[in-house]
Design a protein around this ligand. Structure first.
Ligand code: MTE
Ligand code: MO
Length: 505
């Protein structure tokens, strides 16, 4: 038997070996530090290094599935490298194994740099690299024996080992998934929590705020449907009893607020629509909820803010930061340290136990989840996560409107055009709709919950068969008409009119 007979098999062995290594690495991470997982470390580093356009493209292509896409991408690249390492190992003994070990070392270095676990963070990646390299060596030399001697016994042994390594890798991956799930003790704490009653309740949502049109976004977004955007590959698990908020910087006295102090304080309830700056015209990175929390101005007042300060840099437990104009946190708007969302404790992916919610500002400059620190400072002294990546320093939400129905193709006859419009903390006065470039017609607005929320609108339409273009534009409470000038999300939010095309049968 000649060497050529082995064909692509060493490459496949490379993938098997790396699968085993990666599985073991994830397993080790699952048991002691999820954030040190080789995949999370490398993925997190890629997220942080990605330029603004890359984030935008990822969100445009994959929406809120951008993280799954990223992890899939890493897995594909890793599989390709593993394949190459296997082919290399076949040609020059130990060289392929060295490549696999090197990947592990690279993961270890990234994990140590990115987490605050110290050298321990290197362990999962080192285990992954070491196990992968040794497995590759062993499998390729077993394969070699088999080809050269061509004895059935060796062939059987080779198959058994390859099968065992594949199975072990898959098992390790599965076990790490289960271990990660079991470590979700915080979910149990959350489920057992009872929210305190608000000292200041929000008025009931007017029945006339919800038009109840099928296909139209509900005016209050259920938590399960609320968009999620953050840089966290592994969702931070924060037990309220371990949570505290440190307020420092340009203040008279540093304040540390614990969970017990927070929930014992008079809490405010407010309906606020959160929006992401990455939302494209017509997009759905926006949602409205009833939040319960402590007004940020109360906490800032306890600390005593320096007159020279103009910004608050909030930091989350995973290192994300946002720079919020101080006045948005001290004026009379409902800027909250929120603990409740639609009558429940914050869902863990939405910032449990405490996040910021600030009416009128895009999330990247205001809505820090898992928040643990507020530093009172100045815009000329500090920058935040996205502002260091080219996004605008200030992020007031722009006037926007969207058509939700109809969609695709419909039957001719009486129907309804309906959608949403928003400019949080300014409010919407009206929405106009234009069909096939004809005259602008005023839509009927539903009752707005408040100026801090989006509002539904609708317009009856006698649809005639054919192809039709529908456009909408909002008019703000200030009397400004939404601009038709197209702008992409970067650096401070998209503009332009939403236009859809409908086929009427
Ligand atoms: N810790 C943390 N908080 C964060 C972010 C983040 O990446 N990390 N992203 C912000 C952005 S860009 C937005 S739009 C909102 C989204 O909040 P949601 O996921 O609850 O909808 O969270 C903000 N808070
Ligand atoms: Mo965002």
């Amino acid at each position: 038997m000649t060497r050529r007979r082995s064909g692509l098999r060493p490459g496949v062995l490379g993938i098997v070996a790396v699968l085993l290594g990666a599985g073991l690495g994830e397993l080790v991470a699952a048991f002691f530090a999820a954030s040190a997982s080789p995949f999370a470390a490398v993925g997190g580093a890629l997220i942080d290094l990605a330029p603004a356009w890359a984030k935008d493209t990822a969100i445009a292509l994959f929406g809120t599935g951008d993280k799954i896409a990223l992890l899939t991408g890493i897995a594909i690249v890793l599989a390709a490298v593993a394949f190459g390492a296997g082919m290399l190992e076949r040609r020059r003994r130990s060289v392929g194994a060295a490549v696999v070990a090197a990947i592990g070392i690279a993961g270890a270095v990234i994990a140590v740099i990115r987490t605050d676990l110290g050298l321990l963070a290197a362990l999962p990646s080192l285990v992954a690299g070491g196990a992968g390299a040794m497995t590759l060596r062993a499998l390729v030399s077993l394969g070699e024996t088999e080809q050269e001697s061509a004895q059935d016994q060796d062939r059987r042994r080779f198959l058994i080992w390859t099968g065992a390594a594949t199975a072990a890798g898959l098992l390790a991956v599965a076990a790490s998934r289960i271990a990660t799930g079991a470590s979700r003790a915080v979910e149990a704490v959350r489920a057992a929590l009872r929210l305190p009653a608000p000292a200041t309740s929000a008025p009931a949502v007017p029945a006339t705020a919800e038009l109840g049109i099928p296909g139209l976004a509900p005016v209050v977004t259920p938590n399960a449907d609320f968009y999620r955007i953050d840089t966290a590959l592994v969702v931070p698990q924060v037990d309220p009893k371990d949570w505290s908020l440190r307020v420092h910087g340009m203040v008279d006295r540093e304040v540390v607020l614990t969970w017990d102090e927070l929930i014992a304080s008079p809490l405010t309830e407010a309906d606020v629509t959160l929006a992401c700056v990455s939302n494209t015209v017509g997009g759905d990175l926006i949602g409205n909820a009833r939040w319960l929390g402590l007004p940020v101005r109360e906490v800032l007042a306890r600390a005593g803010v320096d007159a020279d300060a103009d910004m608050v840099l909030s930091t989350s437990i995973d290192g994300f930061t946002a720079s919020t104009p101080l006045e948005a946190l001290t004026d009379d708007r409902d800027a909250l340290l929120a603990i409740g969302m639609n009558g429940e404790p914050l869902p863990i992916p939405h910032g449990f136990p405490v996040r910021l919610v600030v009416p009128g500002l895009y999330g990247y400059v205001s809505a820090t989840k898992w928040v643990t620190e507020l530093e009172v400072t100045r815009f000329d002294r500090a920058t935040a996560y996205w502002t260091t990546r080219g996004w605008s320093e200030r992020g007031p939400i722009k006037l926007q409107s969207r058509i939700d129905v109809p969609r695709g193709s419909i039957d001719a006859g009486d129907t309804v055009i309906a959608g949403m419009a928003w400019q949080q903390h300014v409010g919407v006065r009206g929405v106009e709709v234009r069909i096939d470039g004809g005259p602008w017609r005023p839509a009927t607005l539903a009752t707005a919950i408040s100026d801090d929320t989006w509002v539904q609108w609708s317009l009856p339409w006698a649809a005639e068969s054919g192809q039709h273009d529908i456009e909408c534009r909002a008019v703000s409470a200030d009397g400004v008409t939404q601009t038709d000038a197209l702008a992409p999300p970067a650096p401070d939010g998209a503009t332009g009119w939403h236009r859809i095309s409908v086929t009427v049968r």
